[in-house]
Design a binder for this molecule. Sequence first.
Ligand SMILES: NC(=O)c1ccc[n+]([C@@H]2O[C@H](COP(=O)([O-])OP(=O)(O)OC[C@H]3O[C@@H](n4cnc5c(N)ncnc54)[C@H](OP(=O)(O)O)[C@@H]3O)[C@@H](O)[C@H]2O)c1
Length: 313
Amino acid sequence: MNSIGASYKPDATGTDPKQTGSVPSLKLNDGNEIPMIGYGLGTANYKKGQDSKLDQRIIDNTITAIKAGYIHLDGAEAYNNEEELGIAIKKSGVPREKLFVTTKTSCSPGVTVEQAFNVSLKKLGLDYVDLYLIHSPFWAKSPKDLQEKWAEMETIKESGRARSIGVSNYIQEHLEATLETARIPPAINQIEFHPYLQHGDLLEYQRKKNIAVAAYGPLTAITKAAPGPVDGIYKSLATKYGVTEAEIALRWTLDLGIVALTTSSNEQRLKSFLRDLPSFKLTPKEVEEIAEAGKKKHFRVFWTHAIAPDDRR
Ligand SMILES: NC(=O)c1ccc[n+]([C@@H]2O[C@H](COP(=O)([O-])OP(=O)(O)OC[C@H]3O[C@@H](n4cnc5c(N)ncnc54)[C@H](OP(=O)(O)O)[C@@H]3O)[C@@H](O)[C@H]2O)c1
């Protein structure tokens, strides 16, 4: 079964979405649903320093994305642009309840999750977020630190002000430590994920534990790591399906059952992603071919100060 309009919904166990008329959403372990393509407020939209002046470019880019149909918006305290995101949401004219808004806590020393969350909500001008994440585990000195922070996240979820809670940049040992004491398991782990960084057994572990994966940097093989072993495969599949190589990279992510977070300042590119991605699907053999070729190269863009260069987890 691979027909347009199939009612089947993917979930965190790794089953891939069917071809559908629009961008699919994935069912999280808490019953909520996350749209499988998200627009990122980091990287190209990141605001440097602690400048409190609003950056109109970020507001405009984000309004363009929302109007183009991006309902999943990936923000963070660390991107220093939650105010811009909040303004864009209001100005877009799209009702709040139709959007899926994520933000993340930096876990700064001496700041509780409750405090960080309240600041984020205020900056966003919202009374709830759809997903709240611990941005990274690298501040923690021990498993206990991660467990205590997670307990604070659970309190936020229980208050109803974050519909789902999760983590980011965790490897298996961080998830294991968290799950040891968690009352509510993380719904998702947002990680750098592309053919040149597939994280060994992490996906399989998360599928078993029903923790969804969101991929940031899904276009890395094209934008930052070329030339490389997947170039030829992307190219021939792009010709086969009549789409761009970037769309092959994003569809590969979706066909692994992974949420893809991208960003673009190019309205046409944003629109064509939403138009083209639901309209085709890679075969299992093609998905495998990209994965296998990708394993011949290792490349990581983010958090390289915290992770050893040869660490592929
Ligand atoms: N949790 C974390 O630690 C973490 C870390 C990093 C990122 N993230 C999240 O993930 C989001 C996406 O990350 P990302 O920007 O690395 O994603 P990406 O999808 O890999 O890259 C998007 C960038 O690629 C460019 N691009 C798109 N298509 C292209 C093409 N065909 N040729 C050349 N350039 C092209 C875009 O620029 P144009 O404007 O030219 O289209 C855009 O700047 C971030 O915004 C953030 O929300 C999270």
